[in-house]
Design a protein. Sequence first.
Length: 134
Amino acid sequence: MVARLKLSHPVVHEHALQKEVADVLRRDIAVEGRVSAEGVVWFAIDVAMFFGSIPGAGRGIIDGLPDLWFLWDGKAFLIELKRRDGTLSESQTAFVAAGLCAAIHVGVASDVSHVLHLLDSWGVPRKKRTRIAA
């Protein structure tokens, strides 16, 4: 008898981290897609839940885009979220390199405090309702 192979969707381990970060950003900056009083807008891009080909292939949508995008003062600030044991994919590494060459602020964070630290180090204004542990 031939064993049947059961296919299942991969587990996206970073979902809980992304939700936690989004909840904090809503309190510390503004609701996603809305401009804060300081002129910051943020949003998330998630293509991880698509399986097979990248949605929008042929329309310029690429693999490897960072999870979080912040726009402020005419600049872009991008953060890829990775669990502590996660590693960047080849396409993510290529995008980070391209972003740095284009003078975009790009970082990788593994928790909420690291996201806030990156934003603070870049000078992106936030309400600082959430404090970073020392």
